[in-house]
Design a protein around this ligand. Structure first.
Ligand SMILES: Cc1ncc(COP(=O)(O)O)c(C=O)c1O
Length: 382
């Protein structure tokens, strides 16, 4: 059996698809030390640069008071007071109840498999994150995947199939993690109303970056109160770890009772939840950092001649689609040699033939840091 596993790994390596772990031995702002060299990290989702800024004194005090582990699931004895404080703060910001999950992956599994079962239907954008795909599969619901951001194709599917099912969910990301683009959220709100569906939006890559208070793209587009279930994570722009779901009280109570990914896992350590609270407050107040990372994104696109106007230029995720796996690996290695960490993203993370570098920017970077990268990309991608 082990030989079988070995052969499979060798086949992956032969196709340029084998994944392996790289050790980060030190971090300083957007810089990481790898194999003894400091590199600018273009592969983190720390868009506001908060992950290295949350004060250790505060965290040490929590560690002393509450210890390092929660010791049990939230429904047993793991529901420490930092959860209550974090959920209250989320409710104040979003204007609706919130439920904290142990990670974005678990939140997505929990929401979809908790809310849906065999009698239900889920209409999902073709490019939604793997955690949402796993959630919809686990739910047992029938699902249809519409072409990326194609809302007329979605409407065709809704018209044809919605009537045969009990509950229906329209599922999308707001900022798509691998492409940095986004759907027309107000138009999705119209569709969910017309076809009596719940609109579930994963805002993992928009929280902190979009919206006046960094609540996400729905806030930016003025439809926050229309998103039935909004999922955000603490592990990206908020600089910590974990995730949250914002929804009506009845949905929150239902998830506490039905979402197995919420029920059957150990609660987050108090230090982590306390750090999330600091990150959330910091991000809500950080319009300066938000502006900085969005300006950097626009300048970066301008210098590559890739602007399309408006909000799209301000997304701090820039895909450089190369196509082939080996060519993408070669570009990634070239950047590595020049002092940039930008791992190759290959299928199945992205569709066949669209291997890419996914460059993500942070408010902790300076334009001067990025300039040499622009030069290399200009040369390589022409
Ligand atoms: C769109 C999206 N949703 C959910 C997740 C999972 O979140 P977490 O890392 O907190 O498990 C990720 C990435 O990690 C993501 O990109």
């Amino acid at each position: 059996m082990l030989d079988d596993l070995r052969r499979e790994l060798e086949a992956l390596a032969a196709r340029g698809r084998k994944r392996s772990l790289r050790v980060i031995s030190a971090r300083r702002g957007p810089w990481v030390k790898v194999e003894g060299r400091w590199l600018l990290n273009l592969s983190s989702n720390d868009y506001l640069g908060l992950s290295t800024e949350i004060s250790s004194e505060r965290i040490l005090a929590v560690l002393e008071e509450f210890g390092s582990g929660a010791g049990a699931a939230r429904l047993l004895s793991g529901n420490h007071l930092y959860y209550a404080e974090l959920e209250e703060t989320l409710q104040e910001l979003y204007g609706r109840p919130a439920l904290v999950f142990s990670s974005g992956y678990l939140a997505n599994l929990g929401v979809l498999s908790g809310l849906c079962s065999r009698k239900d239907v889920i209409f999902a954008d073709k490019l939604v994150h793997a955690s949402l795909i796993d959630g919809l599969r686990l739910s047992g619901a029938t699902f249809f995947r519409y072409p990326h951001r194609d809302l007329s194709a979605l409407e065709d599917l809704l018209r044809k199939h919605r009537g045969r099912y009990r509950r229906a969910i329209i599922l999308t990301e707001s900022i798509f993690s691998m492409d940095g683009d986004f759907p027309d959220l107000p138009a999705l709100v119209e569709l969910k109303r017309r076809y009596e569906a719940l609109l579930v939006v994963d805002e993992a890559h928009a929280v902190g970056v979009f919206g006046e208070r960094g609540l996400g793209l729905a806030e930016e587009m003025g439809v926050l109160s229309e998103i039935d279930v909004l999922i955000g994570t603490f592990g990206k722009a908020l600089g910590s770890y974990g995730a949250f779901v914002v929804a009506e009280e009845v949905v929150r109570a239902y998830l506490i009772n039905r979402a197995r990914a919420f029920i059957f896992t150990t609660a987050l350590p108090p230090v982590v939840v306390a750090a999330s609270l600091v990150g959330l407050r910091e991000a809500a107040a950080s319009s300066r950092r938000r502006k900085k990372v969005r300006d950097l994104a626009r300048a970066f696109r301008e210098s590559l001649g890739k602007t399309s106007g408006g909000l799209a230029d301000q997304v701090p995720i820039l895909p450089v689609i190369v196509g082939g796996d080996r060519e993408t690996l070669a570009l990634s290695e070239r950047l590595f040699a020049a002092g940039f960490l930008a791992p190759a993203i290959r299928p199945p993370t992205v569709p066949e033939g669209t291997a890419r570098l996914r460059l993500s920017l942070s408010a902790s970077m300076e334009w001067e840091d990025l300039r040499p990268l622009v030069e290399i990309l200009r040369e390589s991608c022409d």
